[in-house]
Design a protein around this ligand. Sequence first.
Ligand SMILES: Nc1nc2c(ncn2[C@@H]2O[C@H](COP(=O)(O)OP(=O)(O)OP(=O)(O)O)[C@@H](O)[C@H]2O)c(=O)[nH]1
Ligand SMILES: [Mg+2]
Length: 343
Amino acid sequence: MFIDEAKIRVKAGDGGNGCVAFRREKFVPRGGPSGGDGGKGGDIYMESSERHNTLVHFRFNPEYKAQRGRHGEGSNKTGREGEDILLKVPVGTILYDDETGDKVHDFSRPDERIVIARGGRGGRGNAQFATSTHQAPRESEPGRAGEERVYRLELKLLADAGLVGYPNVGKSTLISRISAARPKIADYPFTTLEPNLGVVVVGRAPEEKSFVVADIPGLIEGAHTGSGLGTQFLRHIERTRLLVHLVDVSDSSGRPDPVKDIEVINGELASFGAGLEHKPVIMVASKIDVANKEKLAKLKRYCKKREVELFTVSAVTGKGVEELKRAIAEKVEQVRRRQAAEK
Ligand SMILES: Nc1nc2c(ncn2[C@@H]2O[C@H](COP(=O)(O)OP(=O)(O)OP(=O)(O)O)[C@@H](O)[C@H]2O)c(=O)[nH]1
Ligand SMILES: [Mg+2]
């Protein structure tokens, strides 16, 4: 199981202080108390959202402080309330109190909203302390402190994009280039035996987008009948929003025809029987630093004819990797929106 985690510290706004003041009006010799109450401090809310998929935004930004309430003023003016803060988390996030380890909330559906730190109440102004026997009170209250807490967030990751292709085409090299995942990479087939998940961040905070990519073992002809590592692990990408299909266009693949490679892999995906062949695909020509020109040209013609998006990438030199990252992020977003609308 792959878990994304983050720790955040939240501090709700303090309440504003109550005010001590007395009315001063012409012709009224001794005005009564008129100190207003302090405003309430801002609350901090947490809400589940279908537009978020990972917790990385909290890693860049682990502290949140809501605005304090304004102090009360004369003429019975209550201080303005502090503004609330709303933190969005992906559906599936589980919130724990970091100190006690207790589970606070399980965000299992979209648009669930809870308060995670309550703002402090405003203090009462002296107007509130007046009684018939105590007509000129000089006391007032300070605002209460806003709640301060440390939480741990946990999210079981589901992949948005699945890397597919023959063994040795550079799937693990690519995921290690675009995420913090560090799978084993080696110059022989079937290096990857278990799926690896990585969180990919595109753009800079606060506008960054993120998605989860899965690197799985390579497929070969006949995988659906058990050749190589079989197709069992394809269930890990059954629910991804799209596939990224890597085709080795160098001579190291030992296979002469990249188009045949694509057809074999597509055949294996279809044989798996989960509809993987109908998922949106981004095609990637990999190892372009050592590309065989004819292979690359043939792949380009094939993709053009079929109107399939093709990116040319070297995971070793980094060429084309940024463009690919952005394209995957965009397509993930598109599919995510479409799926949310269909619900
Ligand atoms: N020249 C070059 N070599 C690459 C590139 N990407 C990967 N390689 C090499 O190709 C070999 C296989 O890379 P991996 O990332 O392990 O391939 P994989 O697709 O994960 O392979 P399996 O896990 O066996 O399915 C390694 O020796 C990498 O160094 C690239 O862009 N250019
Ligand atoms: Mg691998």
